[in-house]
Write a protein that binds this ligand. Structure first.
Ligand code: CA
Length: 711
């Protein structure tokens, strides 16, 4: 107990205990009255959750403890909000002075009474449905920001919009990228010191990554930092780009190079730095991106820039010469850790590549990098050079190499949390195996096409098929409690499949998480013992938050399955496969609300049509085209978790209208726009033949998921 109190004092918790009961400001008159002073002292307002990670260090740790390891058994549903979408909901809500703000699929944004759930306003930015096909990993948004009476959202089609927090009406709006390129935004904007920062996505489609800082009051652009160099003939934007260009070869800029900052951006007020989590290379295959190799800075790196100017300070590259989609975009947490007897200001990340990194965040010095999941890619990270010792076989070519971690990552975007009391970091881990190989038929994309620009051919041919099936039969998932000082797992909770949600740690000795078993669960933060679990009819993948209104503590969570995991593979659960639409769920002690019964599942069609009488070559061409163009949403080998249509389960009507859907966009409003710009009619026909062949292969096996039509 003494130790816990010492830890609490060290992390500033003592201050909130003194200050927690000061009355809230008058929310009704001045909603979202959040400024730099309040955000710097966010720990003194445990009842509010004012930024994406609650505090600037993004620990996602709530000092509230009315709900704790003794009382959590009485936790029940206080209220819920139907989000009217079957697509993924990944957003972290924000709560300020009794008002909850949240954003859902297609960036539809809500302000709600945090105590009752009563809707105060709703804003639909009317993202054109055609943008659905540019989002690699579902039409999600991971959150929003508030600043001085404004709610700031970033839309899939690249607008940064400030809404009046009182009315939900736009105050200013800026286009953050050239809409003729295949960029999208799914990440949450971060605000600090009067600025709002946003990155983007699209490295799978052929873009050049960057982040931009805007004035939070006016939307005026303040600075921009590119993460990969552009065409040297046009001149470099800064010395960092000139340095980075020395690590690239060929004409990488023609395909953008990738390096999108699509999720993690952390502000550090003590060092006045911004840390950027930079994504994978575009194309994935280095031979197609930077022939002859090179580290390709700043792909798969954490980059520190000055908060005021965006000027480069340091970088640490996790996957030099990335060709595995090993993004360093996963959530980052700042903390003070005692390492080898010395207190260090660290930044921590558990990225896709399966190593848990601890860096000194003032200098970028690597302090430790330890495997948290099985890893075929690299034996270890050399602490002297900071470089991974990569398995030579991982540098793949035409022969498929079955590897883990795979593109979905050993840990993806699902938020992790850190408890300064236990000293543990909590995050969902997944062991995913997929084959990597080079697609010899790769052709680069042009303009705003949807065509995978990865050059990945892992599923192609007979060898690819066998490797993919073998990969699918392997792997599992768990929640880990990771000790970043001792560099080992303190405890874990096993799950039947990947797809589990982000975490919240609390001072009540609890960790909350949504699970693939269609539940929300609470575990003891120190031991992992399960203390509470409630069925919620869906798989919540987002990160939970906690807040208080009138002295009563709540747990809130966006609950809806979707996102990258849902796009790429079927998900095994121990419960019914039928799922509810997305909701915002809010829990409190003694909560008595109940979810309505699930709708009946839509019955599957009686069986697939006969495989068309075409040559094997046509079906193999359909396979290649399917994986370049369709698999990102409809799943590898046409196996889908059902968030987006499992094409093996098409009805007779859909089969009959296949060309109208694929080439004429008759289902554009459902997010399925025309692909006539990248597919000729005979190519659409080959894809259709491949999908029918896959349906026939799998028919009668246990592959149906009772999926519901997407909205
Ligand atoms: Ca990626």
């Amino acid at each position: 107990m003494k130790r816990m109190w010492a830890a609490a004092k060290a992390t500033g918790l003592a201050a909130f205990i003194m200050a927690c009961c000061t009355p809230a400001t008058h929310a009704a008159e001045h909603p979202a009255a959040v400024d730099q002073a309040r955000l710097l002292r966010a720990n003194r307002e445990p009842g509010n959750w004012m930024t994406w990670g609650r505090t600037y260090d993004e620990q996602r740790f709530s000092p509230l403890k009315e709900i704790n390891d003794k009382t959590v058994s009485r936790l029940g549903l206080a209220w819920y909000l139907d989000l009217n979408t079957y697509r993924g909901v990944e957003g972290t809500p924000i709560v300020v002075d009794g008002v909850l703000y949240t954003t859902s699929a297609w960036n539809i944004t809500y302000a709600l009474d945090a105590k009752t759930g009563k809707q105060l306003w709703k804003f639909d930015p009317e993202v054109p449905a055609v943008w659905g096909r540019l989002a690699c990993c579902d039409i999600v948004s991971r959150g929003l920001a508030v600043w001085q009476g404004k709610v700031i959202i970033a839309t899939l089609d690249g607008r940064l919009i400030a809404l009046d927090a009182a009315t939900g009406k736009p105050v200013w709006s800026v286009a953050t990228f050239d809409q003729s390129a295949p960029y999208t935004i799914t990440g949450a904007p971060r605000v600090f010191d009067g600025k709002v920062l946003i990155g983007n996505s699209g490295a799978e489609l052929g873009v050049r990554g960057f982040v931009t800082a805007y004035d939070a009051s006016t939307g005026k652009q303040l600075w921009r930092f590119y993460t990969v160099p552009g065409d040297p003939k046009k001149g470099f934007e800064n010395a960092a780009m000139e340095m980075a260009a020395k690590t690239w070869h060929g004409e990488w800029w023609k395909q953008g190079g990738g390096g999108t900052v699509w999720d993690s951006i952390v502000y550090d007020p003590s060092l006045r730095l911004i840390y950027l989590g930079v994504g994978n290379g575009g194309p994935w295959v280095q031979e197609y991106r930077s022939p002859g190799g090179g580290d390709n800075l700043f792909l798969a790196s954490i980059v520190a820039v000055k908060a005021d100017t965006g000027e480069y300070v340091w970088h640490y590259q996790e996957a030099p010469g990335d060709e595995w989609d090993y993004t360093a975009t996963q959530p980052m947490i700042l903390a003070d850790l005692k390492i080898d007897g010395r207190t260090r200001k660290v930044i921590m990340q558990a990225p896709k590549n399966g190593f848990f990194y601890v860096l000194d965040r003032a200098s970028g010095e690597l302090l430790s990098a330890t495997k948290f999941a099985p890893n075929y890619w690299a034996s270890h990270v050399d602490l002297r050079t900071g470089r991974p010792v990569i398995n030579p076989a991982a540098r793949y070519d035409l022969e498929p190499i079955l590897m883990t971690p795979a593109p979905p990552g050993a840990h993806n975007w699902n938020p992790m949390s850190y408890s300064p009391i236990t000293g543990l970091v909590y995050f969902p881990v997944q062991e995913v195996w997929l084959p990597y190989s080079r697609d010899p038929g790769f052709t680069p994309t042009e303009g705003r096409q949807f065509r995978s620009n990865t050059g990945w051919g892992g599923t192609l041919g007979e060898a690819g098929r066998i490797a993919t099936e073998l990969g699918n039969s392997r792997g599992h998932a768990w929640l880990t409690a990771w000790d970043p000082v001792r560099q080992r797992e303190a405890w874990r909770v096993d799950y039947p499949s990947r797809g589990n949600g982000g975490t919240l740690a609390t001072a009540g000795n609890l960790v909350f998480q949504g699970t693939v078993n269609q539940t929300v669960a609470a575990y003891r933060a120190d031991t992992g013992a399960k203390l509470w679990e409630m069925p919620v009819q869906t798989i919540p993948v987002a990160g939970p938050i906690s807040y208080a209104v009138d002295g009563e503590q709540y747990i809130a969570l966006s609950a809806g399955f979707g996102g990258g995991n849902a796009m790429l593979q079927e998900i095994r659960t121990t419960t019914s496969r039928k799922r509810a639409d997305g909701r915002l769920l809010v829990f409190k002690l003694g909560g008595k609300a109940e979810l309505p019964p699930l709708d009946e599942a839509v019955p599957l069609p009686p069986g697939p049509p006969a495989v068309p009488r075409v040559s094997e070559d046509v079906i193999e061409n359909g396979n290649a085209l399917y994986h370049r163009i369709c698999a990102g949403c409809h799943g590898i080998r046409a196996v889908s978790s059902g968030v987006i249509k499992d094409l093996r389960h098409m009805t007779a009507e859909t089969h009959a209208g296949f060309d109208d859907i694929v080439l004429r966009g008759v289902r554009e409003r459902l997010g399925m726009a025309s692909f006539a710009d990248v597919l000729r009619p005979e190519e659409a026909e080959a894809i259709h033949a491949y999908v029918i062949a896959r349906a026939n292969e799998d028919w009668g096996r246990d592959t149906s998921r009772g999926d519901t039509p997407p909205r």
